[in-house]
Write a protein that binds this ligand. Sequence first.
Ligand SMILES: Cc1ncc(COP(=O)(O)O)c(C=O)c1O
Length: 472
Amino acid sequence: MVESWVNLAERIGADLHLELSGAGSRRTVLARALREAVRAGRLAPGTRLPPYRSLAADLGLARNTVADAYAELIAEGWLTARQGSGTRVASRAEPPRPARVPKRVPRSAAPEHNLRQGQPDASAFPRAAWLAASRRALTAAPNDAFGPGDPQGRIELRHALADYLARVRGVRSTADRIVICSGFAHALRLLFGGRVLRGPLAVESYGLAFHRAILDAASVRTIPLGLDERGSRTEELAHTKGVRAVLLTPAHQFPTGGPLHPVRRTAVVDWAGVRDGLILEDDYDGEFRYDREPVGALQGLDPDHVVYVGSVSKSLSPALRLGWMVLPGHLVDPVLAVKGEREAWASALDQLTLADFIASGRYDRHIRRMRQRYRQRRNLLVDTLAEHAPHVTATGIAAGLHSVLRLPPGTERSTVNAAAWLGIAVDGLATFRHPQATTPAEDALVVGYATPPDHAYRAALDALHRALPPQP
Ligand SMILES: Cc1ncc(COP(=O)(O)O)c(C=O)c1O
C-alpha cells in the first residue's frame, strides 16, 4: 500500500494521523497503524472511532477491510465494541488478552525494553579505541584520501579485510575482488537494483522483510526454499526452474538460528557449480559463535560462485554504514559500473579508520569482548526461562545476537501483544516469514538480547518472562 497520511480530525474531534505503509495486506497495514496509534497514546482510551463505512470511504478502502481490521483489534483487546456506543479505544485497565494478566504498567511511545533483534549494544561501542584509530588514520592518510573516493573502496581497508576474512571466516579473496559498500542492504540494491543479477531468486523461508522489500522494489521474484532442522532445503534448487541465484544465511539462519547442515552446504555448492549459479552469502553475525569454532563461510568452498557480504552492523554499529562484498572476478566490473565514478556511500575516512582498527588487532579484541558479553546475556536468557517459563525453549542459541523462543501453538500474537503492554518491543517469528513459505509455521518470539545496555538487561528479561504464556 502506498504510504499515506490520513487526517481523522473531523471524524474523531482530534488530530490523528494514520501512516498506512509497510508490508502486508491492506487490513494488516490498517490494523497496524491503528494499533500503533493506540500504543503511542495518539488515540486515547475511550475515544470513539468512526463507523467503519465512513473510515473506509475516507481511506479509499473496502468496507470489509476496515471491518476486519476493527474485528482484529477488538479480538486483541485494543478496541471495544458495544451496541449503541460504537467502537472505542479500550481503557488501559483492560490489557489485550495476554496469557497471564500482567499488573497495570504505564506505556509510552518508546519501548521501555527493546528486545528487537538487529542491533548490537550501542553502549558498548569502543569509542576510545575508534577515536584513537581515527586519529592515527587521519594522521597517516595520503592526500588523495581527501579527494573523491574510489568506488571500489580504500585499498588499505580492502587489504585489511582480505587478511581478516581469510583468518576468521575462511574467505578466499584478494583486495581486487573486494568492493566496499554501506552494508548488506546496499549490496542487495547494487546487485539487483543495478541489474548485475536478475531474478527469480531463491531465498530462505524466513528473512528480513526489509530485504524482501528491496528485492520487490527491484522487481525480483523470490521463491522460498523449505526449511527444517538441517537448515534451508538447498537440494530443492535442483528442481526450481529458472533460478540461477540463491540468498542464504549459512552460518546462522536468520532468524531461526541454525547453521546450514554440511550436506546442504555441499548441495548448494554443487548446484552452483553445475548450473553456473550464484550463492549470495549474507554473513551478518558470523563472528559471534559461542559453543564451538565458527562455522566457516561458504565462500571458501567456491569463490567463483559465491558473493560473500558482511558488514560492521552487528560487530560495531549499524550507524557506521560500512560493509564489503567479496565478488567472483567477473562481477567486480559490473558492480563498479553500478556504483559509478565516485564513492557516494562509504566515507573514505571511516574506511581508513576501520582499516587501522582491523590491522592493529583492535577489531579482534572488540569482537572477543562482545562475544563474552553476549554469551553471558544469552545464558541469562536461558536461565530466566528455565526458572520462570520452562515450557518455553530458547533455540538458535549457539550463535548470534538473538534467540528464538518457541511458544505453545496459537500464542504468538497474544504474547507479542502482552509484551507490548508491558513496554517490551519484540517481534513474533511470523514477521520474518516469506509470504509464500510452505514450511509449517511455528509460534515463536525472536528476542534480540544484544540491544539493551547491560544495566537494563535483567529488567528486560524480568518483563519478558511475565509476558510469556502460562504453562499449558
Ligand atoms: C539478516 C541480516 N542481514 C544483514 C544485516 C546487516 O545489514 P546491514 O549491513 O545492511 O546493516 C542484518 C542486520 O544487521 C541482518 O539481520
